[in-house]
Design a protein around this ligand. Sequence first.
Ligand SMILES: Nc1ncnc2c1ncn2[C@@H]1O[C@H](COP(=O)(O)OP(=O)(O)OP(=O)(O)O)[C@@H](O)[C@H]1O
Ligand SMILES: [Mg+2]
Length: 367
Amino acid sequence: MAIKRSSPNSKSAAQAKKPEGKKVDSFQAESGKRLVSANAESKETERSEVGIRPQSLEEYIGQKELKKILKIAIAAAQGRKESLDHLLLYGPPGLGKTTMSLILASEMGVNCKITSAPALERPRDITGLLVGLKEGDMLFVDEIHRLNRMTEELLYPAMEDYRLDVTIGKGQSSKTRSISLPKFTLIGATTKVGSLSSPLRDRFGLVQRLRFYETDELTTIVLRTAKILNTKITETGAQEIACRSRGTPRIANRLLKRVRDYAQVEKVDTIDVELANIALDVFDVDKKGLDWTDRLVLSTMIEQFNGGPVGLEAIAAATGEDSRTIEEVYEPYLLQIGYLNRTHRGRVATALAYEHLDYEGYQGKLF
Ligand SMILES: Nc1ncnc2c1ncn2[C@@H]1O[C@H](COP(=O)(O)OP(=O)(O)OP(=O)(O)O)[C@@H](O)[C@H]1O
Ligand SMILES: [Mg+2]
């Protein structure tokens, strides 16, 4: 049986359900969303990202391997006066796929048309975009794993031979015509590379994964964003925000903005480590970037299922969260930091999770 060490900061599963204190309530109601979600929550968030998006490879922090490979590809393509090879970028949300694509277009000095797979519903949506491209242009397709079959099949010859096969007319009198396209670059971005069909994946000359960021890289990102937002922050203050950002620039920027709000309300001029600490505690983002739902999932596993193995559906039922949300939103980061394991018998909370949440009685230790 897992025993909770008594600690003023620790909350049991039952307590974790309700954020305590008036201040927390009002701040959470204000933001109205999960602070540590990496998803671009709304058009509002996307718009607020415009000013802080890095504009050049130099400004783009981290992802050293990716940058090295892309620099070579850019130099080679420019040397040959050709367009860049088709590129597929994949990785969890908020790591900088869209940002990198926009930078590539500006480094290559070409136009970039931006669309996303769900917007390409009818065949004419994609044909319209393709015929409007000029030599060397880039076409950025976000969420490319969500393309429908017909659109995907139109893309095959377009990517391979710069050719568009269109059917004109209906029934017996219909004819297929080929239209030649200018040499363009398709950039696809996806968070689910496994859902891409292999014919589509194979047509990309470059397939690159984005990684979670290190704390020092995120610290640099927070310092850079603070400068753009005209906010004073100390190095250690930035580091504190970086540590709680789940390896993700989008979350780092979002947390910085919330801490800035807090500083403003409290009439503090400079964000230092103490203020960052207090503000992030108020927002209920803990030292590892976990929020109360993350902690609820883990503490439920520990208290009600003895740490697991436990099935996803059982966790969902016990916590009142949707099982898909647990799987897609909460679990990836818990897996990444080693707080949760997936076994063929179900999910297991690890010794690290017990330690973080202040529980004794980790079963694995007994054997
Ligand atoms: N390397 C970086 N350096 C500095 N800031 C970055 C970097 N990468 C991303 N960001 C910041 O993080 C935000 C999110 O990045 P971006 O929109 O490119 O993520 P994404 O991978 O396309 O996410 P999604 O999968 O949700 O589309 C950007 O607004 C940008 O300011
Ligand atoms: Mg994006």
